[in-house]
Design a binder for this molecule. Structure first.
Ligand SMILES: Nc1ncnc2c1ncn2[C@@H]1O[C@H](COP(=O)(O)OP(=O)(O)OP(=O)(O)O)[C@@H](O)[C@H]1O
Length: 368
């Protein structure tokens, strides 16, 4: 079935009236990131935080309208709270605003927050390149910290591929406390929250930079990770891959104690991993360690095969004078564990992660 004409969809959406301005939703500038690809259609309805409840029926009306379009079987309108006021006239290309004034017209990133309540240490895990095993490493590092007897949380903040719920077999999103904090589900002893609980992966992917940083900051600070009586010792945050605005804003706006960078030994991954180290340097977050993932593969004869060329990340750590936490082999057991939602909790790989977690924890606590 051919795709619908986007302009026709916009015209249809404009028949839904914004209760604040009295204009159509599109004219009022509330429709963001419209995607129309039969059989799916969706967009983000961006409204001021204080008005979210007022817009709930508008969201429903817009979603019903999309669902009624020919060929559309799955319609989704995500209501998001935007910091900047909408309805501000947007300057046309000919408007001669100073750079400062122009900047004020842009959506604002979230206001700086200290750190999530009752969390002693926040550690982000980043990678310059996608697919190097950052989520696998960050989850297993969190489990390694848990094995040390610590109270640990894991936040899957990877907007481009939130795999957390699947890796842990979690399908119940957080419930809410009386003061509207998210109560994270517990899996394998870890308190877990994930971008994947909030929205469909394809919706999160089309978030613009400020929206993504805002959503991630909310996940970080609006989750009840710990209490005054039982604080969380450490929260591991699985960042989205890359070194763009989303990562930069999140690291600037939240108080983070340290970072771990994951890379495979390939040159391309290493170049990107260096960029990740530079990003953390820029935001004055100490790099507590570099981990080389998929360092080698042990064949049936017990010989190590260095598929991507072993040792590159270790060398990079030496050159940059950052701690090298260790190497993780390419091991089908790790992938199967993720696919079966039963993380490895003993055996040689789990022991490796426990050792890396121990080194990380001792470095983290010696810096206070
Ligand atoms: N050391 C390993 N041995 C075997 N499989 C691995 C290893 N590390 C990761 N994998 C597998 O590789 C795939 C990608 O891993 P993962 O999702 O952790 O990468 P990522 O860097 O977080 O990706 P993304 O770009 O989505 O953030 C997964 O199927 C995972 O199970």
């Amino acid at each position: 079935m051919p795709d619908l004409d986007k302009q026709q969809v916009l015209d249809a959406l404009n028949t839904v009236i914004d209760p604040v301005s009295g204009q159509g939703l599109v004219t009022a500038g509330l429709v963001r990131g419209l995607t129309v690809s039969v059989p799916r259609a969706g967009f983000m309805l961006e409204v001021p935080a204080a008005q979210v409840e007022r817009y709930a029926p508008v969201r429903e009306a817009a979603e019903a309208l999309l669902a009624a379009l020919p060929g559309i079987e799955k319609a989704q309108v995500v209501l998001t709270a935007e910091v900047a006021e909408p309805h501000t006239p947007r300057p046309g290309p000919q408007a001669k605003l100073s750079p400062q004034a122009a900047d004020q017209g842009k959506p604002k990133a979230p206001v700086a927050t200290a750190r999530p309540d009752h969390v002693r240490h926040v550690v982000v895990v980043g990678s310059g390149k996608g697919g190097v095993g950052k989520s696998t490493v960050s989850l297993n590092l969190a489990l390694g910290l848990k094995a040390l007897g610590l109270n640990v949380g894991w936040l899957d903040a990877d907007i481009y591929g939130p795999s957390g719920p699947v890796m842990l077999g979690l399908n119940t999103p957080p419930s809410f406390s009386a003061d509207k904090k998210m109560l994270p589900p517990v899996a394998f002893g870890l308190k877990v929250n994930s971008v994947g609980f909030l929205v469909d992966a394809d919706q999160a992917m089309i978030w613009r930079g400020p929206m993504a940083s805002q959503a991630l900051t909310q996940l970080l600070t609006q989750t009840q990770w710990g209490t005054a009586e039982v604080p969380l010792d450490v929260l591991i945050v699985d960042l989205p891959p890359g070194t763009g605005d989303v990562q930069l804003t999140l690291t600037q706006k939240t108080l983070i104690d340290g970072a771990v960078v994951v890379s495979t030994p390939q040159d391309m991954a290493l170049i990107d991993a260096r960029r990740a180290v530079t990003l953390f340097d820029k935001t004055q977050i100490p790099v507590l360690g570099i981990i080389e993932n998929m360092a080698y593969f042990v064949g049936a004869d017990g010989m190590a095969i260095e598929i991507f060329g072993r040792g590159g990340a270790q060398k990079m750590a030496q050159t940059l004078e950052r701690p090298f936490l260790g190497e993780v082999p390419l091991d089908p057991a790790l992938r199967q564990a993720a696919d079966r939602a039963t993380p490895l909790r003993d055996g040689p790989i789990a022991e490796r992660f426990a050792a890396m977690a121990k080194a990380l924890w001792s470095d983290l606590t010696s810096r206070v």
